[in-house]
Design a protein around this ligand. Structure first.
Ligand SMILES: [Zn+2]
Length: 419
């Protein structure tokens, strides 16, 4: 069901009008194509006789086209065109549907329409015995919506976010962003508020999927965290804090999402296995056996091995100053060896309990200029701050976005459309 919402356009009204007009056109084009029923439906229109077939398990393109009276030669041509021009090699049962068009009820098929995604429509037309393939990209009607929530006693950010109605995919992205700034163990308290601005992609008035996170706000213990998605003049996008500083840091404090800290960094603690006091040079995150471990930042693997304390461990060098270490792994990711370059977030191994460990967890260390630092408090360098020209544009954009957020916080049915 489509909720009635107010439209507040940030840049200009004309754009909104254009988007609505475009959407109405798409709606008109798609009204027959998206009509779905079980089995075959026959519909008549000015353009000919249409029938829509929903693909079920056991169906193949060959079988469906043969059932429509097409000959093996034409079927082969259509299959080759779909593969070469639209990269469609197989049909998906219970997902895809095919529309067939004939000029008259008893004439051969003149047009075949395959809809592989809500944003793509593939049309094959036959003219004088020659088949042609045409792919139409459909622009989503994107609404930017606002959701806010509050942390309650005993809550996790995930629970509070789900209660606020934020989709899990968006929550996961928000967590990834906040993890650069926040220590989810110590920064979260009952009574804290948060809000998220994110995209919802509509087609034909129907919500199809969530898009990207546009802005995040969290009233954390160590101060408010605000992040905004912004497109730079070179076309690249990133997340920035209120002042235009890069929100994405070169390293993540918590490599594994939503993992509870079971032991913090300290100068001296009683070791659970050895029984005597010694420094804990990293942070322990509790996680299930086999949980993938992503690299905290981009870099190169400098060590991969086993020792009695760390068990299976990996060391990554990120730049001249920073290294990270991951211990107690059950196994290493395939293809990750000494010298392998890794991206931020790339899986390098899996949680285990090898070495001196009392149960499955990740022991994570950050080493700065050869010295161990506390991953939860070390100030991490940002990736890509804005240049002065972009910064000026960002500040203006951010102010407009803040005003929109202010209005939306008072009217939960409101959405905005960004240029
Ligand atoms: Zn540890």
């Amino acid at each position: 069901m489509k909720k009635s919402k107010d439209i507040l356009n940030i840049n200009n009204l004309a754009r909104t009008v254009w988007i609505i007009a475009a959407c109405l056109t798409i709606t008109a084009v798609l009204v027959v194509a998206t009509h779905r029923t079980v089995g075959t439906t026959f519909l008549s229109s000015n353009d000919g006789v249409k029938s829509v077939v929903n693909v079920s398990s056991g169906d193949s393109l060959y079988k469906l086209l043969l059932a429509q009276g097409m000959g093996p030669g034409d079927i082969d041509t259509v299959a080759k065109l779909l593969k070469s021009d639209a990269s469609i090699a197989t049909l998906r049962a219970d997902k895809d549907s095919i529309e067939f068009v004939r000029p008259n009820a008893d004439s051969p098929i003149s047009k075949i329409v395959v809809v592989p995604s809500p944003w793509r429509r593939v049309e094959l037309t036959c003219d004088d015995g020659t088949w042609k393939c045409n792919t139409i990209d459909i622009k989503p009607d994107t609404h930017v919506v606002y959701k806010s929530g509050e942390i309650l006693d005993g809550d996790s950010f995930y629970l509070a976010g789900m209660r606020a109605g934020i989709p899990t995919g968006i929550l996961s992205d928000v967590y990834d962003l906040l993890a650069f700034e926040m220590d989810f163990e110590r920064d979260i308290r009952a009574g804290q508020h948060f809000s998220v601005l994110y995209e919802e992609n509509f087609c034909d008035g129907k919500l199809i999927e969530s898009g990207r996170v546009i802005a995040v706000y969290f009233a954390a213990m160590r101060g408010d965290v605000k992040m905004y998605r912004f497109k730079k003049s070179d076309g690249s996008t990133g997340y920035y804090d209120s002042d235009g500083g890069g929100a994405i840091k070169s390293l993540k404090r918590t490599p594994i999402n939503n993992a509870k800290i079971t032991s913090s960094f300290s100068g001296g603690r009683k070791h659970p296995v050895l029984g005597y006091t010694r420094a804990h040079k990293g942070v322990d995150f509790r996680a299930a056996m086999g949980t993938p471990i992503p690299s905290a930042g981009a870099g190169r693997i400098t060590a991969r091995g086993y020792n009695s304390g760390h068990g299976n461990f990996i060391r990554v060098r990120h730049n001249g100053s920073y290294e990270t270490l991951y211990a107690h792994m059950s196994k290493f990711a395939k293809g990750v060896v000494v010298g392998t370059p890794v991206r931020q977030g790339q899986i390098i191994g899996y949680v285990g309990s090898t070495g001196l460990s009392t149960g499955p967890h990740l022991h994570y260390e950050i080493i700065k200029d050869g010295h161990h630092v506390n991953p939860m408090t070390v100030k991490l360098p940002a990736i890509g701050n804005l240049g002065s020209n972009d910064k000026q544009k960002f500040i203006e954009y951010r102010q407009i976005l803040d005003q929109a957020i202010e209005k939306m916080s008072k009217n939960p049915n409101m959405f905005i459309q960004l240029p």
